[in-house]
Design a binder for this molecule. Sequence first.
Ligand code: UDX
Length: 436
Amino acid sequence: MRLSVIGCGYLGAVHAAAMASIGHDVVGIDVDERKIASLAQGEAPFFEPGLPEILAEGIASGRLRFTTDMAEAQGADVHFIGVGTPQQKDGYAADMTYVNAAVDSLIPYLRPGDVVAGKSTVPVGTAAGLAERVTLTGATLVWNPEFLREGFAVKDTVDPDRLVAGVPEGEEGERAADVLREVYHPAVAKGTPFIVTDYATAELVKVAANAFLATKISFINAMAEIAEVTGADVTQLADAIGHDARIGRRFLGAGIGFGGGCLPKDIRAFSARAEELGRGESVAFLREVDAINLRRRERAAQLVVEAFDGNVFKKNITVLGAAFKPHSDDIRDSPALDVAVRLHGLGAWVTVTDPEALGNAARMHPQLNYVADRDEALRGADGVIVVTEWDEYRRELDPAHAASLATGRVVVDGRNCLDATAWRAAGWTYYGMGRP
Ligand code: UDX
């Protein structure tokens, strides 16, 4: 099939390359000339495992190309909208500028029978509004939310755990759902659940999933706060409740909390939208989820301060991690960098290291010291804090080796990812998040 993908950021670039990898003929379109130039050469503008390979393969096969010219969308059977919906600068709601602009510029090129598939995370009610404009061209709008995780984006796109299609009522909707089944043929063939529903449900599935995940993380972080005043161990608590199949252990990792380009902004936009709908109280708990999450960043910085008897002024603190999570170079709303910036603000000399995110971090926070080599970063440290659980720190950093490089023996485990016993045995004073 011929597909166009409008918006070549994280979502769009991965989607375009992944669709080409399953045999479609794809054009990726974006207004950002630099991004398009880099993608056209097969270079991923961000770190995502597996993406460079499918980009190169798609371009070499002739099935994948990139352009800034919207006219090239003409002739595609399906047009995916994958532009960003960031948090508004002056509020919690989603900024819909890019979605509206993408649809406006696509409309002149739509033909009767085309399918426009919205993938961006939008406030519920958006699709119904956009459909009025799209329908005038004879094309059909569907809402097809994306659930990809950074770091696993290629796999999540090609082999998702479910597919959701919000379609209009009647034959037109059924036909559009069939078109999407054809697009996602390998996943459909292996029996991946394919849920056909209305626009509002499809839009809500996405924000509800992210709200649930954020709530799960903040729930365990709230338990960490209680553990801290009772001497309990939140990691054992999570293991124990996680054995209950109704609860499950995943996303019960207590630590410095969630960040990134999705969870924080999506729960805020959801609250804002619920208030507009007169149902603010229904998701009022999301404000608390947000507040718990932000408190954990503060708590991590406070643990470092406590470890130095209340004062980190002129202490050399090495921060292991900058990305909001491992397998990513994304620093959007990164709890890791937030903790680093707080420590810097308290007068510590902060050195940050990360396997992938240093370039992005240095552009956003030039006041911090960045060292690419992990061991170099550890040399002379008075204290160490782990804020992104990369394998380089979690599995591969031997505490005795770290002790041979650092000056001090304080380690704060902001992700509860280290073997506390091994670090203590190597002479470190170990502090976890919600564990003794
Ligand atoms: C998320 C959703 O998982 C994905 O379905 C959606 O499409 C986009 O948003 P992503 O932002 O890539 O994906 O990251 P995710 O793996 O969900 O992690 C989000 C944050 O939660 C990270 O900062 C991570 O460190 C944190 N987290 C995750 C925890 O603090 N504890 C956990 O147990 C799990």
